[in-house]
Design a protein around this ligand. Structure first.
Ligand SMILES: [Zn+2]
Length: 350
């Protein structure tokens, strides 16, 4: 079904890529679509085709949809669920960081029909390489809504986990090789991560044969996130709380920020045994990394993760970046991984 990726250091991106300007306003999160109806459906597929082509052309090993068919990584999933009313909005504090007007949970939540399965099948039809699909994680979904019904973050997370598991099983059946859950909330609500967050994540991933990944980051390079990061001090040790729990969990891959972040790279040791998707590309800067910089970031991590468990990646999604910058960053990632792969091959031969 799929070709074998690079045996060592298979490259992939966290998820989103900039959308073409004819589809949505560039360099904007939650950007409104510029097409409607059938033209929008066709436009999304064309953008997905272009995203796949760009990744293949630049040499990425595991290909994503670039989130070309979604407006937002959480909201687009939630829009397809019943029990959530988008007309009843409340202002809540997202990840303890910024206020946003969010929809309300007004009744039992359920998935009436598959959300992304057709899009994933289309992605599968466009490439022979392994494909990865990202879903929001249960805790991050809870944190993006106002709950009038369950009145319990844990209960609502558990309901979402069950829904996500049904979706994930259908994505797997559509040919998705890696299913990734985005849980930026794991960097904020440490007690909840311990009490029920990891359990809910494992529930979402239960019974899957596809590889499972969790992506935990410090967010897109938008102002609210950059301001928050400025308050975190010289060392960002948030992963220290979640990683030991994830090391003990059923999740196969842990995706984290590294390049240009203040995360001490030795924290990678805390998930020893898991595969590590290491961010070697800064998504908050327009400056394109050199292949040597990418290789240096990856090389440093090799003290804490075995080479056959290291997956070179980006810190987060690249949706807000100018398209040309994101594309050049793809090339930098691939070339940096290739440099290190050559070095490792040389070491093995000696
Ligand atoms: Zn992220």
């Amino acid at each position: 079904m799929t070709t074998t990726p690079a045996a060592l250091l298979p490259t992939t991106i966290v998820g989103s890529l900039p959308k073409p300007s004819w589809l949505a306003q560039p360099e904007t999160l939650w950007s409104p679509w510029r097409l409607e109806g059938d033209a929008l459906a066709e436009g999304k597929q064309d953008a997905l085709r272009a995203a796949v082509h760009e990744q293949e052309h630049r040499g990425l090993d595991v290909v994503c949809d670039g989130e070309q068919t979604r407006q937002h990584f959480v909201t687009t999933f939630v829009e397809h669920l019943s029990g959530v009313d988008f007309s009843q909005r409340e202002t809540v504090r997202i990840r303890d960081r910024y206020d946003a007007s969010v929809p309300s949970v007004v009744g039992a939540v359920s998935r009436e029909r598959p959300v992304f399965v057709d899009d994933a099948a289309f992605l599968r039809s466009q490439t022979d390489r392994p494909v990865k699909w990202a879903l929001p994680g249960p805790m991050t979904m809870v944190d993006t809504l106002y709950d009038r019904h369950y009145r319990s973050r844990e209960k609502l997370a558990w309901e979402f986990a069950t829904i996500l598991n049904a979706e994930a099983r259908e994505l797997e059946a559509a040919g998705v090789d890696v299913i990734q859950f985005d849980e930026p909330a794991f960097n904020v609500f440490h007690d909840e991560v311990r009490d029920w967050g990891v359990a809910a994540l494992e529930r979402a991933a239960e019974g899957l044969r596809a590889q499972t990944a969790v992506h935990i980051c410090y967010g897109y390079g938008i102002k609210a996130n950059n301001d928050w990061k400025a308050t975190l001090g010289a060392e960002w040790r948030q992963y220290e709380r979640s990683f030991p729990l994830l090391q003990q969990s059923s999740i196969n891959i842990v995706s984290l920020e590294s390049h240009h972040s203040h995360v001490p790279v030795e924290l990678v040791e805390l998930v020893r045994g898991k595969k590590v998707m290491l961010g070697a590309i800064d998504v908050a800067s327009h400056e394109v990394e050199t292949p040597e910089e990418v290789a240096a970031t990856l090389r440093e991590a090799l003290q804490f993760v075995d080479a056959d468990h290291l997956i070179p990646s980006t810190n987060c999604g690249m949706a807000p970046l100018p398209r040309s910058v994101a594309q050049e960053k793809l090339t930098a990632l691939v070339r940096g991984a290739a440099l290190l792969r050559e070095e490792l091959a040389g070491t093995l031969q000696r």
